[in-house]
Design a protein around this ligand. Structure first.
Ligand code: GLY
Ligand code: MN
Ligand code: MN
Length: 447
């Protein structure tokens, strides 16, 4: 395995090739590394490379820029990066350096980032099209400055590019369809998160703080090789589960409540995203079980729809139908199911969508509609499926037995040639699976 990244270096090279082949001749693409973000004083937030930059390079260092050019149907590549510097490296860590970069990353050349201005000018001079990924403010400033310098030199023969655009939509389509190697990584990420979720089910007890479970999850993922989480963990006891992006995680779990845990690790820049909801004391109450089983039915019904060619909104429609029907059976909604669906009467209880693309980012890139129509699922896409029902304490006109129940269940689903594969089914999900696991572990702890 390569120390820089776990995908083969050729995969990054193929992506660059595939990108440039979609652009007109005499195009230049520039992709900037993520900016460093200061936390306070001389302390920085943990650095994570920009997903587009990493997708095309496999290179994690800040202060780097990738330049790609297609000219006469030849593809040229250049990395601007930090130079080796023993003193800086002693203080802040190792650098790949300009000399080692081309071979390590399979790029044509590398130059010091200190030469950014002059290199940018020489690459843009004479290009017809200039593209950038993620046109951030700092990227626009570099681009505009270079264009201005070229404009001032037109009488000396400089040629200013006629077209500037962003390349995100092309890269997004590439990122949306995962290669075999990407799928293998995502399966490993999903496995690690699945085991960590299971550990939490085995160890949760009344009185534990929500943030302690979050720490436990993070530790369990680290111990299996994940360097960071894909997003801030949500650990929501009781009615906190009705706050969709609850990240305070500052309360003690109560006997008799459910706990909703939405957490996933990142593995070599690929995300997993799992939610499980289970009883703090190991046993569902009857109302909790009723709501839980309804969400589970919505999950399973939506997952069963996943196959190539199915428009992506079918999954939400399937879940909405199950949830609305169940809410009517419970007397939480009254009326005709079809009419209630048309009126979106389920929205106070299920207000989000069924899921999102999953990949390098947890809410991954890729369009959901093409030319105004919901796009069809395709092999190699990964989507989450995550229905929920949330009944906040202040819900009016409702039987009090339902108040404060919030349930979401979330799996990661790969679309395959023959249907789908649930990458996260291994985490206990039925009431029987959850209760038996929790009771077994309580028994073992007792013995
Ligand atoms: N973890 C964020 C989400 O499920 O969308
Ligand atoms: Mn999700
Ligand atoms: Mn989630």
């Amino acid at each position: 395995m390569n120390m820089l990244h776990s995908l083969p270096t050729t995969e990054y090279q193929q992506r660059r090739q595939q990108l440039m082949e979609q652009l007109p001749d005499n195009s230049v693409v520039m992709v900037f590394a993520a900016a460093v973000s200061v936390r306070n004083g001389d302390v920085e937030h943990a650095y994570r490379q920009d997903s587009y930059f990493y997708y095309l390079t496999g290179f994690v260092e800040p202060e780097s820029v990738l330049l790609l050019r297609r000219l006469d149907n030849q593809i040229d590549s250049l990395l601007l990066c930090r130079e080796k510097n023993p003193l800086q490296e002693t203080w802040h860590g190792r650098r790949l350096g300009v000399e080692a970069a081309p071979e390590a990353l399979q790029l044509n050349a590398a130059k010091p980032i200190s030469e950014l201005e002059s290199v940018l000018d020489s690459w843009l001079d004479g290009a017809d099209y200039v593209y950038s990924a993620q046109v951030r403010e700092d990227v626009s400033l570099h681009l505009q400055a270079s264009i201005s310098r070229l404009r001032r030199r037109v009488r000396q023969g400089s040629q200013v590019p006629a077209f500037y655009g962003d390349i995100d939509s092309v890269l997004d389509e590439m990122r949306l369809i995962k290669s075999e190697a990407e799928v293998a990584l995502m399966e490993r990420a999903a496995d690690i998160s699945a085991r960590a979720h299971q550990r939490l089910m085995e160890t949760t007890q009344p009185g534990v703080m929500e943030y302690q479970l979050a720490a436990h999850f993070s530790h369990a993922c680290s111990m299996e090789g994940s360097r960071r989480l894909a997003y801030g963990s949500i650990v929501a006891g009781g009615a906190n589960a009705c706050i969709l992006h609850y990240e305070d995680n500052n309360q003690a779990l109560q006997d008799g409540d459910l706990v909703l845990i939405d957490a996933g690790c990142e593995l070599d820049y690929y995300a997993s995203d799992i939610t499980r909801t289970f009883p703090v004391n190991g046993r569902f109450s009857e109302p909790q079980k009723a709501i839980y089983n309804l969400v589970l039915e919505a999950l399973e019904t939506a997952i069963a729809e996943v196959k190539e060619g199915v428009p992506v909104n079918t999954l939400q429609m399937a879940a909405v139908k199950v949830i609305t029907t169940g809410l009517v059976e419970f007397g939480i909604l009254q009326g005709d199911v079809e009419q209630l669906i048309a009126d979106e009467a389920y929205k106070p209880f299920y207000l989000h969508n069924i899921g999102h693309w999953l990949g390098m980012d947890v809410h991954d890139v890729g369009k959901y509609k093409l030319q105004g129509d919901w796009r069809a699922l395709q092999a190699g896409m990964v989507t989450t499926i995550e229905p929920g029902i949330y009944i906040p304490m202040d819900t009016p006109d409702i039987d009090p037995q339902w108040l404060g129940i919030g349930v979401r269940i979330e799996d990661d689903i790969l679309v395959t040639k023959t249907g789908h594969k649930n990458l996260t089914r291994q985490v206990p999900v039925t009431v029987a699976e959850i209760e038996s696991l929790m009771q077994q572990s309580a028994q073992q702890a007792h013995n």
